[in-house]
Design a protein around this ligand. Structure first.
Ligand SMILES: Nc1ncnc2c1ncn2[C@@H]1O[C@H](COP(=O)(O)OP(=O)(O)OP(=O)(O)O)[C@@H](O)[C@H]1O
Ligand SMILES: [Zn+2]
Ligand SMILES: [Zn+2]
Length: 827
């Protein structure tokens, strides 16, 4: 038997399957998706089996055998193996990179596996097996590798016993994932008795007194290390108390189910509203057809999309299929997780980046072994090893975080569509503000269907009104002499909320790396004459640049539109806003939520909990506060400056702004209290701001589509961005020019190098090379080439072909290529 194996070498020349012999003893174990160790040159490397065959085209005698099996059960299923091929072709990445993202990181390290007896009765069936005797002698557990070496003839029966559950497999990954013990301090069992000792301690042992009084005040178990740090004391002090039997110290196993300590109130399905029912029925019908269809659920904020998800999932599970739910990382809040856990209990696995490798590995195993049938997770959960998927839900489908910005630069939505086709599953994309691409695609009626796969819920569940939105013209504030970042209207509104003890969400809209130039008097922003996107200010050179076409101009000293000198670079921090709030409203309780305050584990959770308990008046933050939150006492939402995203040098800037404003506005007045929203802006007439204020998605989309058509941007074409980087600028300039010429030649030869404005079905334009907006990173200069194309062109393959001489040739070590297919932002 021959196995085709992708070996873990990060090089393009070796990016293909290699043939290896499968030794007889390993034959029962090797399947598609098995992870193995194979000799490669002088080393033994990890590899993944992507094919099995009887024969090899190569000389049999020269083939090397597989050296070892790394997991007795293949961690990857055949559909994922196939998907990895598609992924590497579509996103121009190596096959091994595509396979690696599908594996939990715990498996990337080398794992030692133990086989153990499970204690099941049926061992009788194997009573005469030598391996059973051996296991009994060795206290019931033997290293897998050792057991296999001991009984080379009995692999089939060992495997069978494993599948029948008579044997279990315990994986112990070195370092990170071993069981964690934590030393805990338990508060006094008899607080009354302890209290009596306090007075005595106060005189004799001041430090013990402090610890004991703290524990009496906070009678919850606490980690010893944490207690010591908190009270600035030492562990011997605590041990002293334990010696007097006033407290107890115990080693407690740290549980790795991150939610095991939480109780989830079971919830039952709500009776659906008429809109919800209609949508639900169409989803169920589509699931029954096993069509692999993608559907869009366009529902305004608070329209009850989540309840539709929950009931559709229940239906999916009833028909014995599994479901994947993707939510953006930052909205994977406890609130969100709770809704799924409450409905489906232990059938839910949760995957997000704040889990440790060990925790994630445990969740992954629950999925792989069928204990979990629903996974709720961030982007990479799309690769959950389920065998029969019925439904894939992507909530807030417009979120750019579904695109991974490292290689492989995949978009979870496109992977979902592909995976759904493999399984005949339904993809349900949900959003109050669908991306243009999705909306346009979902508006088309598929061949043979009667309706477009567009489902809409235009009203809130209980018919609550959408919040009233006021647009505040910050230019007028300036002329009236208000230089504060709060307009008088927002100030008054905030004051009112404080008096009424209602809550406010404040959004400081800050995204992206770059600054832009704006006139504070008239709102003018510098934009490119050729591209209709704003120019990026480069501090070093003091130039304004367009990173799509390379246009550059001098930094302005006065506004070209109104000649004011109040023209400057924009940017305010959350910290500054917080200080200003404290000045304006002494005593105001503010929770600041941004990257600085949420790095610690569970910080996000704690901050939101405090806010939900109404222990704060204002939740101030970046994009994090815009999504998914559902707090009944929030009646005011303020946006400090809508313009920050509006002026990013990105053709999606208007779309992003519209989405963000709509989402954050949706946080106000979701329950019995009416909500109000204040958007401060220097561009009050901008169509994105106007449409968001009127909750008018269609109006926005019509205008935006016209603009995209005019400039030829998605959804009227697709993009690929190729970034080249090198330490030497002259070399970079030379190689990138040769590459672009090569690419043009190939496109010309294929007959697709045609202007997009033409009427041809297939067209492709190649722009650049120009300096990237981030022109130098880590001492490497960066150039880029952007491809725009439409029609049935396999552009990824053309790019691969053009790159080939450069990634294998003599400059391949100096000039590095990075390809981003369907980029979300171009950096
Ligand atoms: N059929 C129903 N009957 C009663 N209440 C419902 C029903 N469906 C949903 N709700 C409630 O309505 C509220 C809003 O629903 P949900 O959070 O699902 O909306 P959403 O569309 O996901 O909103 P967003 O996009 O703003 O996050 C929730 O408190 C939810 O429990
Ligand atoms: Zn001006
Ligand atoms: Zn330009």
């Amino acid at each position: 038997m021959i196995a085709n194996i992708i070996v873990d070498v990060p090089s393009r020349q070796t990016d293909r399957p290699f043939d290896y012999k499968v030794p007889k003893s390993l034959q029962p174990w090797i399947e598609l998706g098995s992870r193995v160790g194979v000799p490669f040159g002088p080393r033994v490397l990890q590899g993944v089996v992507v094919g099995l065959a009887e024969e090899s085209e190569y000389d049999h005698s020269k083939l090397k055998p597989i050296k070892e099996l790394l997991d007795p059960e293949p961690p990857l299923l055949p559909d994922l193996i196939e998907l990895s091929k598609w992924l590497s072709e579509k996103y121009c990445c190596s096959r091994i990179a595509a396979l690696q993202i599908m594996l939990p990181s715990a498996l990337k390290g080398k794992e030692v596996k133990y086989i153990a007896l499970s204690g099941a009765e049926q061992e009788q069936a194997y009573a005469n097996s030598a391996w059973l005797q051996a296991l009994r002698q060795e206290d019931g557990a033997i290293k897998l590798e050792k057991l296999m070496a001991m009984f080379p003839e009995e692999h089939r029966s060992i495997k069978q016993a494993l599948q029948q559950g008579l044997l279990t497999l315990s994986g112990k990954v070195k370092d990170r994932t071993g069981i964690k013990q934590v030393r805990m301090v338990l508060p006094p069992a008899d607080p009354e008795a302890a209290r009596e000792q306090l007075a005595a301690l106060k005189k004799q042992a001041r430090k013990q007194y402090e610890v004991l009084s703290y524990l009496l005040e906070h009678p919850e178990p606490i980690a010893l290390a944490q207690l010591v740090a908190k009270l600035n004391t030492s562990s011997s002090v605590v041990q002293g108390l334990a010696g007097k039997e006033l407290v107890r110290i115990e080693d407690v196993e740290q549980k790795r189910d991150p939610y095991r300590h939480r109780q989830f109130e079971p919830s039952s399905p709500l009776p659906l509203t008429e809109l919800q029912r209609h949508v639900y029925e169409r989803i169920v019908k589509e699931m029954e057809r096993k069509s692999g269809q993608t559907m869009l659920l366009h529902g305004v904020t608070g329209s009850g999309k989540t309840e539709v998800y929950l009931q559709s999932i229940a239906q999916c599970l009833d028909s014995n299929r599994q479901a994947i739910v993707l939510v953006p990382e930052i909205s994977l809040t406890p609130q969100m997780v709770e809704r799924f856990k409450s409905r489906f209990g232990d059938a839910v696995a949760v995957m997000h980046s704040r889990l440790s490798d060990g925790e994630r590995y445990d969740e992954w195993r629950k999925i792989r072994h069928g204990q979990a049938r629903v996974v709720v997770g961030a982007r990479s959960a799309i690769f959950a090893p389920f065998s029969s998927i019925g439904l894939i839900i992507i909530d807030e489908e417009h979120e750019s975080s579904y695109k991974q910005d490292e290689t492989p630069k995949y978009h979870a939505r496109d992977v979902a569509v592909r995976r759904a086709k493999q399984h005949g599953a339904v993809v349900l994309l949900g959003s109050a503000t669908p991306s243009l691409e999705t909306f346009v695609a979902a508006s088309r009626i598929p061949k043979g269907a009667a309706e477009a796969p567009l489902l809409s819920m235009p009203e809130r569940v209980a018919g609550q009104a959408m919040p009233t939105v006021h647009i505040i013209d910050m230019r007028q504030e300036l002329t009236q002499g208000n230089r504060s970042m709060f307009s008088s209207a927002l100030y008054e509104a905030l004051k009112q909320r404080l008096e009424r003890q209602e809550q406010t969400v404040l959004l400081l809209n800050r995204r992206g790396y770059s600054t832009f130039v704006m006139c504070r008097s008239c709102g003018y922003t510098a934009s490119c004459p050729h591209c209709d996107i704003s120019l990026t200010y480069h501090q070093k050179t003091r130039l304004l640049r367009c990173h799509y076409c390379g246009h550059a101009e001098q930094e302005p000293k006065q506004c070209p539109q109104c000649e004011s000198e109040h023209i400057r670079f924009f940017g305010t921090g959350t910290q500054k806003v917080e200080e200003e709030l404290a000045k304006l409203f002494p005593g105001i309780r503010v929770i600041r939520m941004d990257v600085d305050t949420t790095t610690e584990k569970n910080a996000h959770e704690k901050l939101l909990k405090t806010f939900s308990e109404r222990k704060a008046d204002v939740l101030l933050g970046t994009q994090m506060v815009a999504k998914g939150l559902d707090f009944p006492y929030v009646t005011l939402v303020g946006v400090i400056a809508a313009d920050t995203t509006l002026n990013l040098p990105d053709f999606r800037a208007a779309e992003r702004t519209f989405q963000l404003l709509t989402q954050v506005a949706g946080r106000a007045g979701r329950h019995h209290l009416q909500g109000e929203v204040m958007i401060q802006t220097y561009n009050p007439e901008h169509y994105a701001v106007q449409a968001a204020a009127q909750h008018h998605y269609e109006q926005f989309i019509q205008q935006e589509l016209e603009l995209r058509m005019g400039m030829m941007y998605p959804p009227y074409c697709r993009l690929i961005c190729i970034t080249m980087s090198a330490e030497r600028l002259d070399q970079l300039a030379e190689v990138s020019t040769r590459f672009v010429n090569e690419l043009k030649e190939i496109a010309q030869y294929e007959g697709v190098l045609v202007p997009l404005q033409s009427r041809m079905a297939r067209a492709m334009e190649i722009l650049g090379p120009v300096a990237s907006p981030l022109a130098r990173i880590k001492d490497r200069y960066r150039y880029q080439c952007v491809i725009k194309y439409r029609g049935s062109i396999d552009a990824s393959t053309l790019v691969e072909r053009a790159m080939e001489p450069f990634v294998a040739g003599k400059t391949s070590k100096q000039v590095l290529f990075s390809v981003d297919v369907d980029p979300q932002v171009i950096v």
